[in-house]
Ligand binder design. Structure first.
Ligand SMILES: [Zn+2]
Length: 171
């Protein structure tokens, strides 16, 4: 297999045998010295090493700039689902009469808070999880309360109508 790379000066695609990896090669077109990278490099490949972009997309990777709080148990903890619980809680408030997201935020939030308090889940998500759970409870209870008020209102109207009919007071 040959190593393929582009000249840093004129962008010509150069091809050299594998055994020249790590050495310098002179571009046949512009005579610029290029260091031959080990491994085949596609001309359209990103300039960054693959490890960087792989770390970036990993939600479980610990950010490098984070202050270490001396917390030792983190490696054994599940990642928190605070953002999921919070989104469900917000969704419960936005679509007021869709009970599903509110109930989900309530149930997930409650079990996740238990996990966080027991030290089995990343405590960083405590605030988000709690907020999402409260929104979920509100989003679940408000439609229920509105529905109950509505039912009570209908019962009162029916009772008044029935009383009026019983009184024989036809208009
Ligand atoms: Zn060149």
């Amino acid at each position: 297999m040959a190593i393929e790379f582009t000249c840093k000066n004129c962008n010509a695609i150069l091809r050299v045998p594998d055994e020249h990896a790590g050495k310098k090669a002179k571009c046949p077109k512009c005579e610029t010295l290029n260091v031959i990278q080990a491994g085949t490099i596609e001309p359209q490949a990103p300039q960054k090493p693959m490890a960087d972009s792989a770390d970036f997309g990993n939600p479980f990777a610990t950010p490098t700039g984070m202050p270490s709080g001396g917390f030792t148990g983190r490696a054994h903890q599940a990642p928190h689902r605070g953002s999921t619980v919070l989104s469900l809680g917000i969704a419960a408030l936005i679509c007021n009469f869709a009970l599903i997201p509110g109930i989900l935020a309530w149930v997930f939030g409650r079990s996740d808070m238990r996990e966080i308090n027991a030290g089995r889940m990343d405590p960083e998500g405590r605030g988000m999880t709690q907020a999402g759970m409260i929104l979920g409870i509100i989003g679940t209870l408000i439609p229920l309360v509105i529905f109950m008020i509505y039912v009570i209102f209908i019962i009162i109207v029916v009772v008044i109508a029935a009383l009026g009919a019983a009184g024989g007071g036809g208009f």
